[in-house]
Design a protein around this ligand. Sequence first.
Ligand code: AMP
Length: 418
Amino acid sequence: MGEVDSSKKVADRYLKREVLGEGTYGVVYKAIDTHTGQTVAIKKIRVGKQKEGVNVTALREIKLLKELKDPNIIELIDAFPHKGNLHLVFEFMETDLEAVIRNHNIVLSPADIKSYIQMTLKGLAFCHKKWVLHRDMKPNNLLIGPNGQLKLADFGLARVFGSPDRRFTHQVFARWYRAPELLFGTKQYGPGVDVWAAACIFAELLLRQPFLQGTSDIDQLGKIFAAFGTPTPSQWPDMVYLPDYVEYQYAPPSALRKRFAMASDDAFDLLSKMFTYDPKARISVQQALEHRYFTSAPLPTDPDKLPRPAPKKESSNSKASDFNPNEGPTVLSPPRKSRRVMPERVSFEGNAPQSDKVDDHVGDIRQAAGESTSRNEPVPMSVDFSIFGAKPPNRPTINSADRTHLKRKLELDFQQPE
Ligand code: AMP
């Protein structure tokens, strides 16, 4: 690849087109690889002021990501430092799962949902096998290619870059997929965090709207407990030792089976096992893929037959066919930063309207803790965030405002006579 041989030369290789969006780490451009004519997506990662460009450790990590080759993982084609920023070149993808879920013109059959979640789990299984955690699983990180292939994106970037101080919507969106152990501030976590997030995505495919929409970390735990019932020590023995653990008032489980009335028994069984409280008892991705849900009828839809939004229309000056390799590349000045460009997205009006109507506060649910059979494989927990001199990632812990609020709330609760 020669990514560090000559940053200027490599940078001149790509012809920048329009901004595709702005993500956690920086702006993403559409671009043409002038060597191959291939359309690519370039993620420009802000690495702050560095005297000597991009840290070698980061490049080494990026090189590792390049080895993560799987049909359900976005391909990192190239990586190079340029003007103090790191540029990551990925295969170009037409849309993402969030756009599919939110498009009310799209009807997702049980077989379609099975296919999307199976591809998600296959991508995750590959990475867990290679000892890499995603740590930022959410529908808009699941990109969809022209042949309907779903691919995990941003995989491993959290490991390399940590999570920058996210504000506003990013933080909100990410929170909804956070596992309870993260919300309780665990410092040691494993592949179970990705399984929980995948369960949230599975639920979202079924409901056609995000399942657990907390407005703060405290509220997120509240939403989780309201859905599954407050975990008991027998369900999750290690819970009380977690750094930010606070006792919640007991809430009984809600009528989750009713809320997921559209799910088959197999789908609901798998979902419950993925939503197991104790990360040690939570089903692993590999076990999830071996669940009978994936072999029982209906079988998963072939990716190229999956319903998805029409690809974004390209502006007349951005077609790959406009590119003439003989003219040589022109590196355009970077466009203004913009938020995500998502012309296809429409308001929530899923094909599961019944989900809002059922009473989810009565009856019983099966919290699957203790049901799953074996433990997840161990995964290295320590991550070097010293690259770029960046401060450690903003781990999803309860912030001080939340904590004060919670303490006040608990005091009030405790003041009431038994
Ligand atoms: P991210 O930093 O991954 O959240 O990316 C920000 C936005 O850029 C996404 O919401 C997508 O719209 C777009 N994007 C990222 N990666 C790609 C890709 N490989 N192909 C097409 N668009 C992408």
